[in-house]
Design a protein around this ligand. Sequence first.
Ligand code: E4P
Length: 217
Amino acid sequence: MEIFLDTADINVIKKYKNFIDGVTTNPSLIAAINGSTTYKIIEEICDVISGPISVEVISNTVDEMFVEGKELAKIHSNVCVKLPCTFEGLQVCKQLSQKGISTNLTLCFSSTQALLAAKCGATYVSPFIGRIDDIGQDGMGLIDEIVNIYDVQKIETKVLAASIRNVNHVIQAAYIGADAITLPEKVLSQCFYHPLTKSGLKKFMQDWNNKDQKDNS
Ligand code: E4P
């Protein structure tokens, strides 16, 4: 499973660069970075990470999104153009795919949207688990459904589990067979942690230091 970091913060990306295959951004994440342009932020990320970097269009019409998507793709060959799972976004997906530009279809909340994304040649489709859970529905159930449909239909579009809120989401997405997952820093940092690792290490160090004291007495 590819692991992406869901941030536009270059310092966070540098900190975790040895553990990630790429980065996903969105307009909210880019807007949180002060004093830079989208283009500069993405160039900087592409200098640090050699995998897919998802960058979302901010225009609305098919024509505008198509032009914007082509401009974003010019920043670096690793840029994956993020488009909304809408009537317009899906058409742009088809146009960009025909030009060999990678795409990530975002804000996916149903299997029919995922089917259409695949039909339009999407590289990735991003179902938003957390936001589905937030409205009392089953986000992980949607991942499971799409993974199975893609498997039965022999679809090559990759399922990218997004809107991840906790480590349990990470484990379940991996277990179900999501091709990729994108994690906010908060969740990625939790993936390293286990209380027994911490207490076990503390005990090992205490025992080692006690041995030193005994040897020197
Ligand atoms: C994915 O590409 C999105 O940027 C992200 O996962 C959205 O997560 P959120 O629902 O926590 O904002």
